[in-house]
Design a protein around this ligand. Structure first.
Ligand SMILES: Nc1ncnc2c1ncn2[C@@H]1O[C@H](COP(=O)(O)OP(=O)(O)OP(=O)(O)O)[C@@H](O)[C@H]1O
Length: 434
């Protein structure tokens, strides 16, 4: 194993991730683990050089105060306790100081007390994960739902490196993908996976289920449920799969509030798989933050465009074709989105704007083309910046760029005669329209 590791034990403090990131900023890998990690589990991690018990007032679960296990002090590892009544710690602090002071304390603890080495980098991370994955999986098979998004693609690339053809990937085309998206996923992974890449074209099935449905929440629910059904059917067709890999990253764990490794029954990511499909989980990115996942993707040789792509909602274009999904409007969303992305890339805006897409509403307006009256749909462009998706601001795009995009959409996209730009910040509007 290549990397030293400083553990942050989770006693409910909201600062855990900040502390772990500060340690990583020092060039030393740091993992956050549940408070009740056992001495044996810490030993199994092999490379732990020190432990930070990050206490505070939130160390309560269901009215009961929680604490770390006594046995972890017997490991002989240096322990830094903060806001925690520990008598056995190597060093105790009543509280973290300001950022600068805290970083000095961490630096001393990590390098002088723990004698850790600054050997955290993506090359070493990948090498360590490959070794761990081989140990966990042995000669068994792993199933991965591959959306083509950053998280599942990086997991796929990591598993291909670790176990090659013991990985089976299922990509579901629900008919609501962006232009050439499924083709791109297949092209990227078919060379390595060959027959182990299962492509399911479920477009008609999804669109059939969505027929006559116009309520946004209902649409989302149908797409989510149908996805699980399709994935489950494919999983049942495959023999001898013991593991289910997921692109869970650290923020997912914080959000869902679950503990880290466990045998899956239902899971927030692939979500709601039936109880009789019992898989053990493989979640190699579960300690990483989004920027680190991207760096990992680059290290694994995934293309830059793929690794730095904008977020795309699970229900895909389904929530951008407003109201009941109709084929001609869905095609108009897909084509206008492709033009928008092309022009944003040409103008360098793809590197700058967090999310940008088009929406086609379910009403028409009067227009004129070749001296004849038209009665067609508008396309609405949305381009927003955000840090945490909780609030968002509008990207002020230069007129010439907008005019070029407008011109192309009106001339190239069928059933469209008008282009609008959405100026609403969030709050006000949400980022997506549905
Ligand atoms: N069309 C699809 N085909 C196969 N698997 C999918 C598909 N859409 C979603 N998934 C699976 O469900 C997970 C959660 O989907 P979600 O849309 O929330 O993406 P995410 O968390 O941003 O991850 P990713 O970056 O991998 O898309 C994905 O990581 C992937 O494993």
């Amino acid at each position: 194993m290549k990397q030293d590791n400083i553990l942050v034990l989770d006693l409910g403090s909201s600062e855990n991730t900040t502390i772990a990131r500060w340690v990583r900023d020092l060039g030393v890998y740091s993992e956050i683990h549940p408070h009740d990690i056992t001495a044996q589990q810490i030993k199994d991690l092999q490379t732990v050089r020190g432990i930070i018990i990050n206490g505070g007032k939130n160390n309560i679960i269901d009215g009961e105060a929680i604490d770390v296990l006594e046995e972890i002090y017997s490991l002989g590892l240096p322990v830094l306790s903060v806001e925690h009544p520990s008598t056995q710690a190597t060093k105790s602090l009543d509280a973290w100081g300001n950022e600068e002071e805290s970083k000095v304390v961490l630096k001393e603890f990590v390098f002088d007390t723990c004698k850790a080495e600054a050997n955290w980098n993506m090359k070493n991370f990948v090498e360590d994960q490959v070794a761990l994955l081989r140990k966990q999986i042995g000669d068994k098979k792993v199933l991965l739902a591959l959306s083509g998004g950053v998280d599942s693609s990086v997991v796929a690339a990591l598993l291909i490196k670790a176990i090659g053809k013991q990985l089976v990937c299922v990509h579901v085309n629900h008919g609501l993908m962006r232009k050439n998206e499924s083709e791109g996923v297949i092209a990227m992974f078919e060379k390595d996976l060959e027959e182990n890449l299962v492509y399911v074209d479920a477009s008609e099935r999804f669109l059939g289920k969505l027929k006559g449905v116009s309520e946004p929440e209902e649409k989302r629910k149908i797409i989510g449920n149908e996805f699980i059904r399709v994935f489950e059917e494919e999983a049942r067709k495959l023999d001898g799969i013991d593991f289910l890999a997921q692109g869970t990253i650290y923020p997912d764990i914080v959000e869902s509030g679950t503990k880290t490794h466990k045998v899956v029954k239902s899971h927030h990511n692939v979500g709601g798989l039936p109880d009789d499909l019992q898989f053990e989980l493989v979640e190699p990115l579960f300690q990483l933050f989004k920027d680190e996942v991207r760096a990992c993707g680059v290290e694994l040789g995934l293309p830059h465009d793929m690794v730095y792509r904008q977020p795309f909602p699970g229900p895909g274009l389904g929530v951008r074709c407003l109201g009941e999904i109709e084929i001609d409007r869905l095609e108009a969303v897909r084509e206008s989105d492709a033009i928008l992305r092309e022009e944003f890339a040409a103008a360098g805006l793809d590197q700058k704007v967090w999310q940008y897409f088009t929406v086609v509403p379910n009403f028409k307006s009067v227009g004129v083309r070749n001296n004849e009256r038209t009665y067609e749909y508008p396309v609405i462009i949305r381009a927003v910046n955000t840090i945490d998706a909780m609030t968002a601001t509008i990207e002020p795009i230069e007129w010439p760029i907008l005019l070029k995009i407008t011109d192309r959409i009106i001339n190239e996209v069928k059933h469209v005669n008008r282009v609008c730009y959405d100026l609403s910040p969030k709050p006000g509007g949400t980022i997506e329209w549905e």
